[in-house]
Design a protein around this ligand. Structure first.
Ligand code: F6P
Length: 343
């Protein structure tokens, strides 16, 4: 059996663990894996390399993806879909494991349902916003990076008696902001799912100052909006092939508001791609490996149109279609637990 593997969308720690898992299972069964280069672009061009267990054994600790990634959307151009069909034939691929977020998996789902191609999905994103899985790999590494950064920022905020606003990723979902705020004991956090309440934030910060705390830490999701009917704060007007704008800048805006309203020196730090880089945590290495192993077994069993997912502590297979239908926003119960500390 020949199994293609590709990684699409934003990179994420743990991708290489998944690749290694798929390669090991397929190789154990006497098959071969082909690594398509740079996401769906590789499926279009057929650009690939043969992946062996010897090659993939040492990559467990490497961040990013050895296959490269892109935000290529083949459904923007019907010719590219035909080229993907041709790649399956040319390379003799019996299955394709697509590792990615909702965009990449959306393409895998459409290829299966509309073109009958044997695709399997594996959920990935540091944002942790995919439904049908309890957690995505990459998220754990990400929140540990944010935690380390905020711990460091706290010592300098304390020294200078400043407020520090930390902008974190999370385009549509506030998982990163919520978890890292809780993990660091931040004074306030803002997420895309909830209307930003500037008065409440100022009150909380003021209360802390009145109680003798000389600094403040605010964590804000890049996707939070400053008013209910407002727009995202963006870097520029450019959009990618899936129609996403480049977010960034809300941290600066919030810092300015705090400084103006409180008369306290306030700085902002955008953690940006630091949150996606570097070596995966043990949790993400294990989760990625387990997902890869199960994706390999789905391929061997010709169980296509499915996505591997974490449910509780077990890896299960779910319908790819259901997995990409709905985004997993920050659930109220998680927000409420963290919000106990915003008082
Ligand atoms: O989808 C994950 C993510 O990291 C988002 O949180 C962020 O908005 C986006 O990717 C950034 O993507 P890029 O690296 O393409 O700018």
């Amino acid at each position: 059996m020949k199994v293609g593997i590709l990684t699409g969308g934003g990179d994420c720690p743990g991708l290489n663990a998944v690749i290694r898992g798929v390669v090991q299972v397929i190789s154990n069964a006497g098959g071969q894996c082909l690594g398509l280069q740079e996401g769906w672009r590789g499926a279009i061009t057929g650009n690939h390399e043969i992946l062996t267990p010897e090659m993939t054994r040492p990559i467990i600790d490497q961040g990013g993806t050895i296959l490269g990634s892109s935000r290529t959307n083949p459904f923007k151009n019907p010719e590219e879909i035909e080229q993907i069909e041709q790649t399956f034939k040319n390379l003799g691929m019996d299955a394709l494991v697509a590792i990615g977020g909702d965009d990449t998996l959306g393409v895998a789902s459409k290829l299966y349902h509309e073109k009958g191609l044997p695709t399997i999905g594996c959920p990935k994103t540091i944002d942790n916003d995919l439904s049908a899985t309890d957690q995505t790999f990459g998220f754990d590494t990400c929140i540990n990076i944010v935690m380390d950064a905020v711990d460091r920022l706290r010592t300098t905020a304390m020294s200078h008696r400043r407020v520090l606003v930390v902008e974190v990723m999370g385009r549509h979902a506030g998982w990163i902001a919520c978890y890292s705020a809780m993990a660091t004991g931040a004074d306030y956090f803002m997420v895309p799912e909830r209307e930003v309440n500037i008065d409440e934030m100022i009150n909380v910060l003021q209360k802390r100052l009145d109680a003798g705390q000389k600094y403040g830490i605010v964590v804000v999701s890049e996707g939070a909006k400053l008013s209910n009917d407002g727009d995202f704060v963006t870097k520029d007007a450019e959009i990618d092939e899936f129609g996403h704008v480049k977010l960034g800048g809300i941290g600066d805006r919030v810092a300015k508001i705090i400084e103006e309203r409180m008369g306290k020196e306030t700085r902002s730090v955008t953690l940006g791609h630091l949150q996606r880089g570097g070596s995966p945590s043990a949790f993400d290495r294990v989760l990625g490996t387990r997902l890869g192993v199960h994706a390999g077994h789905l391929a061997l069993n010709k169980d296509f149109g499915k996505m591997v997912a974490l449910r509780g502590t077990k890896i299960v297979a779910v319908e790819l279609k259901d997995a990409v239908d709905k985004m997993r926003e920050l659930e109220d119960s998680f927000f409420d637990e963290a919000a106990e500390f915003l008082k």
